[in-house]
Design a protein around this ligand. Structure first.
Ligand SMILES: NC(=O)C1=CN([C@@H]2O[C@H](COP(=O)(O)OP(=O)(O)OC[C@H]3O[C@@H](n4cnc5c(N)ncnc54)[C@H](O)[C@@H]3O)[C@@H](O)[C@H]2O)C=CC1
Ligand SMILES: O=C(O)[C@H]1O[C@H](OP(=O)(O)OP(=O)(O)OC[C@H]2O[C@@H](n3ccc(=O)[nH]c3=O)[C@H](O)[C@@H]2O)[C@H](O)[C@@H](O)[C@@H]1O
Length: 442
């Protein structure tokens, strides 16, 4: 199929590459000329393991191209995929200005029958609005479908090539066969539903995952007070298939471009129909408070933070990405500076993106994890990058002013900590070894 993808952020670029990988002809469009120039030179504007090899292979095979000419791309395609951003407005509501602008441009470009699919995360009813906007611009026949995206940053290509499920929302049953056929090389788990339900599935899924994280973070806070170990609790809970083991890692709360934005948007979607989504409001509040637990632990171990030197390991909102949108690190770094601390920051890939958003004379930018720990009064691990897991922690006592390690992601095992001579604080795990720990695993 000939496909135009509008927007080359994570979703547009990865889905464009993956549709090309499956033999379709794809043209990815963006209004950002710098992004298009970089992509035409096979340089990815996003950090995603393996992405450039995939891009190169498909461009060389003539299946993938990049352009800033939306009109041409739409006219050459049967399927137009909208994948532009839907960031939060100050109210929390989704900002639909990019969606609406693209819908109007697509409408003006139409030269024949098209399917217009939305992959951006949009509030219920938005696809119907897109239909109206396009219809105002053209007499050409077209259909609207909702195909929400479930990829995760850091594993985006594999998530797209091997998804758990694909959801297709449509109101013209004649499209079902063609869209199922298009997606059948990715998975046979294709769920076809109506458009409004498809739009809601996306928000409900993200809100549910965010709820799981806030739930385990609250359990971790109780574990700290009663002497239980949240990692053991999560393993035990996850053995129940009704609960499942994933998204039960306690830490410093969720961040990123989607969970914070989509939870707030769903609260607003509910509010607009006079429904107060109390549970989700609590999920958001718990998440905000969880970020500050790191600072509480620093205060507990150092007393006050004025004039202390704190090393920070990890700035991206999760590993394997350079994305710092809504990263817990941003809030934690700003709070520590306001408390008078001097900071030594290190992240394997996200330092440039972090610096574009926040810089301060109290920050020293470091070339590796050990440099960030050198002469520090404490180190806080904020992102669970693999390279931090592999560090020899015993080196820290020789480097640091005070050997205090606050592990915000429960990265280290008891075995790694034992003998390293550190004052080690993690999330929801006892500071001392419990008297009895069963070794039997099921
Ligand atoms: N980032 C992620 O992991 C996921 C994002 N989503 C959703 O997908 C949507 C897109 O997210 P991202 O890819 O992160 O967005 P992004 O904000 O990184 O990229 C959007 C791109 O659209 C381009 N754009 C905006 N207006 C345009 C126009 N009129 N014409 C051409 N290009 C235009 C921008 O220049 C930008 O490059 C959002 O609704 C998001 O919630 C869904 C699943 C995963
Ligand atoms: O709509 C979206 O944009 C995407 O949002 C998330 O993907 P992503 O934000 O890339 O990352 P996740 O792996 O879900 O992690 C989100 C945050 O939760 C945190 N997290 C995750 C899991 C966990 O157990 N504990 C935890 O604190 C991570 O550290 C990270 O800050 C969803 O997992 C995707 O399915 C969805 O498509």
């Amino acid at each position: 199929m000939n496909i135009a993808v509008i927007g080359t952020g994570y979703v547009g670029l990865i889905s464009g590459i993956c549709f090309a990988e499956k033999g379709n002809h794809v043209i990815c469009v963006d209004q950002d000329i710098n992004k298009i120039t970089a992509l035409q030179n096979l340089v990815s504007p996003i950090y995603e393991p393996g992405i450039e090899a995939f891009m190169e292979r498909n461009v060389q095979a003539g299946r993938l191209a990049f352009s800033s000419n939306l009109i041409q791309a739409v006219q050459d395609s049967e399927l137009v995929i909208i994948a532009v951003g839907t960031p939060s407005l100050p109210s929390g509501e989704a900002n639909l200005q990019y969606i609406e602008q693209v819908a109007a441009e697509v409408g003006r470009a139409m030269n024949g029958q098209k399917i217009v699919a939305t992959k951006s995360t949009v509030p219920v009813g938005t696809n119907e609005k897109i239909r109206e906007i396009i219809a105002q611009q053209t007499e050409q026949p077209f259909d609207i479908v909702s195909i929400p995206e479930f990829l995760r940053e850091g594993s985006a290509i594999q998530d797209t090539l091997h998804p758990d499920r694909i959801v297709i929302g449509l109101d013209n049953r004649e499209l079902e066969a063609v869209l199922v056929e298009l997606h059948s090389s990715f998975t046979d788990q294709i769920f076809v539903t109506d458009i409004r339900s498809a739009e809601m599935i996306k928000y409900a899924s993200n809100a549910f995952l965010a709820t799981k994280i806030s739930f385990i973070n609250e359990i971790s806070n109780i574990c700290e007070k009663v002497g239980a170990d949240v990692t053991e609790v999560a393993i035990g809970m996850g053995k129940d298939p009704r609960i499942g083991p994933s998204f039960l890692n306690a830490g410093i709360g969720y961040g990123g471009s989607c969970f914070p934005k989509d939870t707030k948007a769903l609260i607003q979607i509910a509010g607009n129909v006079n429904y107060e989504f109390q549970l989700l409001k609590s999920v958001v509040e718990v998440n905000k408070a969880q970020r500050y637990k790191v600072i509480e632990k620093l205060k507990e171990s150092l007393g006050q933070l004025n004039n202390t030197v704190i090393g920070i390991w990890g700035l991206s909102f999760k590993p394997n990405t350079d994305d710092v949108r809504e990263a817990p690190s941003l809030e934690i770094v700003e709070a520590l500076i306001s408390l008078g601390a001097r900071l030594k920051l290190y992240d394997p890939v996200a330092m440039d993106k972090f610096r574009e958003r926040f810089d301060h004379p109290a920050i020293e930018w470091c070339g590796n994890a050990l440099a960030a720990a050198a002469n520090a009064d404490a180190v806080c691990l904020l992102t669970d990058w693999q390279e931090f897991k592999e560090l020899q922690l015993s080196q820290l006592i020789y480097l640091m002013e005070q050997p205090i390690l606050i592990d915000g992601r429960n990265v280290y095992t008891k075995e790694q900590i034992e003998g390293a001579g550190l004052h080690y604080y993690s999330v929801g795990r006892p500071e001392s070894t419990p008297a009895y720990r069963p070794q039997v695993r099921i």
